[in-house]
Design a protein around this ligand. Structure first.
Ligand code: ATP
Ligand code: MG
Length: 362
């Protein structure tokens, strides 16, 4: 049982600052996902928690103890890497047993812990095989088993699924979530896959350039992005953005669109203010091909490309003044060059300051 508290955590490499002051409180048992573009400092943050990187500045507490200067093995954490890091010359059983042997865990208890991990991860059939005789997904399960048998207070995962194919990744994602529900161990999970982040997290932490851009529940971050960066990073395909101006306190004009605004949803709506409007693809619906939005505005646009995904179709379309992506929920064939009427769900639009990118939502 352990909570994890990061206070102004900083990592400096020579002249470069990789992590610029992270403040984060992770309650005991929570599943927290760090997500963000490549190079934003996710792995560095995780490695500081693991004790694999020194902490340049700030304080790290695990289960109430300041652990800045503790060795990795004394922090009560277990880390699972993208590369699995299994011992190639050992069997699965030996891989699972190794850290327990090092920690001098008595034989009977060690084999009980191993049995439990083997059952939880369905590794029974592979115990006498070496890693080279396993599939990627099986290796990943062994790597997780090795973390579980140590009974850590905190699990740390660094992109554990990124070497797996799409189907296996989905399966393993579900397994990790189930396992965490069962074991209730505090988990910090790094990924740059926002679907993984949305589905696994109790709390998503979106990072950018070594700082936290926003943290919150997946729904909060999706529905109420703090700024344009978070809005564009969370959600696939990404939110559409249109620059424009408030022609009066309740009307956006830009990109050929006139959108009525609900003044109770936004701050500082003053006539003449320059803003960026954000619309998710699901809130631009071609006429007759999905739920008809309420609070609607319409526009005519020409389809430049359609992507049929089975359960939905993405339409890339343009007008003289803007390009956008729309999501069609009841697919029908659409040809490039087709001219369609789209209904814009104005009630769900987002507004950002045109310069700072900060959300104007109340
Ligand atoms: N050992 C190191 N020495 C110098 N700079 C480093 C070192 N490790 C990482 N960095 C730099 O720190 C920054 C953050 O790196 P980090 O590995 O934490 O990114 P990340 O968010 O995990 O990215 P990715 O999604 O690509 O794994 C990067 O600019 C990287 O170049
Ligand atoms: Mg990384």
């Amino acid at each position: 049982m352990a909570d994890v508290i990061l206070k102004d955590l900083v990592k400096i490499y020579g002249r470069d600052i990789a992590v610029r002051g992270i403040d984060l409180t992770i309650p005991d048992g929570a599943f927290v996902v760090l997500v963000g573009p490549s190079g934003c400092g996710k792995s560095t943050t995780l490695r500081m928690i693991a004790g694999l990187e020194s902490i340049s500045h700030g304080e790290l507490r695990i289960g109430g103890r300041v652990v800045n200067d503790l060795d990795p093995q004394d922090r009560g954490v277990a880390m699972v890497f993208q590369s699995y890091a299994l011992y190639p010359h050992m069997t699965v059983r030996e891989n699972l047993a190794f850290s327990l042997k090092l920690a001098k865990v008595p034989e009977a208890e060690a084999s009980e812990r191993i049995d439990r991990a083997v059952t939880a991860l369905e590794l029974g059939p592979y115990l006498e095989r070496r890693p080279s005789e396993l599939s990627g997904g099986q290796r990943q399960r062994v790597a997780m088993g090795r973390a579980i048998v140590r009974k850590p207070e905190v699990f740390l995962f660094d992109e554990p699924l990124s070497n797996l194919d799409a189907k296996l990744r989905n399966q393993m994602r579900v397994e990790i979530k189930r396992l965490q529900h069962r074991l209730k161990v505090t988990t910090i999970y790094v990924t740059h896959d926002q679907v993984e982040a949305m589905t696994l997290a109790d709390v998503i932490v979106v990072m950018k350039d070594g700082v936290i851009a926003q943290s919150g529940s997946p729904l909060e971050v999706f529905e109420r992005p703090a700024d344009r960066f978070v809005a564009s990073f969370i959600g696939t395909p990404q939110m559409n953005f249109v620059d424009g101006v408030l022609s009066d306190a309740t009307t956006f004009e830009g990109g050929g669109l006139t959108i009525p605004l609900d003044p109770t949803r936004f701050n500082s709506l003053t006539a003449g203010r320059h803003v960026t409007l954000g619309l998710r693809p699901e809130d631009i619906v071609p006429e007759g091909h999905g739920l008809r939005p309420t609070g609607t505005a319409t526009l005519q646009a020409t389809v430049t490309l359609s992507e049929m995904l089975g359960n939905e179709t993405l339409l890339f379309a343009e007008t003289a003044a803007m390009q956008f992506v729309a999501r069609m929920q009841q697919p029908r064939p659409v040809a490039d060059g087709d001219r369609l009427t789209f209904h814009v769900n104005a009630e769900r639009c987002h507004l950002f300051d045109i310069d700072t990118g900060k959300s104007l939502a109340v």
